[in-house]
Design a protein around this ligand. Structure first.
Ligand code: KG4
Ligand code: ZN
Length: 340
């Protein structure tokens, strides 16, 4: 069976085809970074317009790339939320319409479930149950994944998401949007010991996070130091170390709390190299195992939506023609699969 996946929740048009026998047959990503760069962040109306012009051509490309025709597709999965309403509507409308024309089921997917399952696209694939750390531009959550579709929120950020903190701090350092990868790049030249940022909410029990203070901390250092390239790199390094340490401490705590040995890290920030390395090192030390997707499947992509669609298709998910996109949507509201 083959599922076409459509991701249009934010500023990336991601389209892919997943085959349950062979794996990924085709995968295309168009990033809107240049469209939004002049504004320092995503402009929702521009995002929707760009998805409108890119989605159908990219679907044609992946179908061709896979050597298929529309008649070879068994279902169409698309991101239903959470995300920007206008952007979501583009993928949902095209997905539902194509499925109707091809007379196949269409499957609405929770964007964060897509992220959470993305490591299953890799050879080293996690089995349930596990703890998932979801770290993206809009979310920082620790999830108890009892089984696919059965999720319990263990903790989350009470203010900025980790990715948002990366992006805001990068902006303060004069780096271009999206700042996360740019900040991480200059941090490689930074000295670890020159500045020390706090590790928020680690000295009290619990699994919640708070990242907005780190941005303020960075702003204060920038104000009280004369800025040059090395100082910017040192601030970036200290900021990144603080975020990584905080995430590692909370993940260890979540594993202790659940008694699980497996940890999945997913979402855009899980592409961060120091996070992947330090997390793997610390979790292996306590006898656990860390799973993550290759960097291109950590950030938004169509492959994770096609995979999530395949898993739900195999479990008999069928939907009406209603389009019901959601800006906000809790993972805990999803339904478990009938068989896993
Ligand atoms: O999952 P994602 O592509 O989109 C959302 O669903 O939000 O995540 C995007 C976020 C952005 O905040 C971006 O700066 C951050 O992930 N990000 C990174 C890295 N790559 C992406 N942050 C730190 N280091 C990276 N290498
Ligand atoms: Zn995402």
């Amino acid at each position: 069976m083959r599922v076409l996946g459509i991701e249009t929740s934010c500023d990336e048009t991601g389209i892919a085809i997943y085959d349950d026998q062979v794996g990924l047959l085709a995968n295309q990503l168009y990033s809107q970074v240049k469209v939004h760069a002049n504004y320092g962040g995503v402009v929702p109306e521009l995002a929707s317009r760009d998805h409108i012009s890119k989605t159908i051509p990219l679907i044609r490309t992946v179908v061709q790339e896979a050597g298929l025709t529309g008649g070879d597709i068994d279902a169409v999965a698309y991101t239903e939320g959470p995300g920007l309403i206008g952007a979501l509507l583009v993928g949902a409308t095209i997905g539902r319409s194509l499925a109707f024309a091809w007379r196949v089921p269409s499957i609405p997917i929770h964007h964060m479930e897509g992220h959470l399952l993305a490591p299953m696209l890799e050879e080293k694939s996690p089995k349930c149950p596990f703890v998932a750390l979801l770290v993206s531009g809009g979310h920082t959550q620790l999830i108890n994944v009892m089984e696919i579709g059965k999720y319990q929120l263990l903790g989350e950020s009470i203010d900025d998401a980790a990715g948002e903190a990366f992006d805001k701090t990068a902006k303060l350092l004069g780096l271009d949007y999206p700042g996360g990868p740019a900040l991480s790049l200059i941090a490689q030249q930074g000295q670890a010991s020159r500045f020390v940022f706090p590790r928020p909410m680690t000295n009290r029990p619990g699994l919640d996070f708070s990242f907005s203070g780190l941005k303020t901390f960075a702003a204060n250092i920038i104000r009280s130091n004369s800025m040059d390239q090395q100082t910017a790199a040192d601030i970036a390094r200290a900021f990144e170390d603080a975020v990584v340490d905080t995430l590692v401490i909370k993940c260890k705590r979540a594993l202790e709390k659940t008694g699980y040995k497996r940890l999945v890290i997913a979402g855009g920030v899980s592409a961060n190299r120091p996070l992947r390395l330090k997390m793997a090192e610390s979790i292996t030390k306590i006898g656990g195992q860390v799973f993550y997707a290759r960097p291109e499947f950590c950030t938004d992509n169509g492959a994770m939506i096609a995979l999530a669609g395949m898993i739900r298709l195999k479990n008999g998910v069928s939907c009406s023609l209603d389009i019901n996109v959601k800006a906000r949507w809790s993972l805990a509201d999803l339904s478990p699969l009938t068989t896993t």
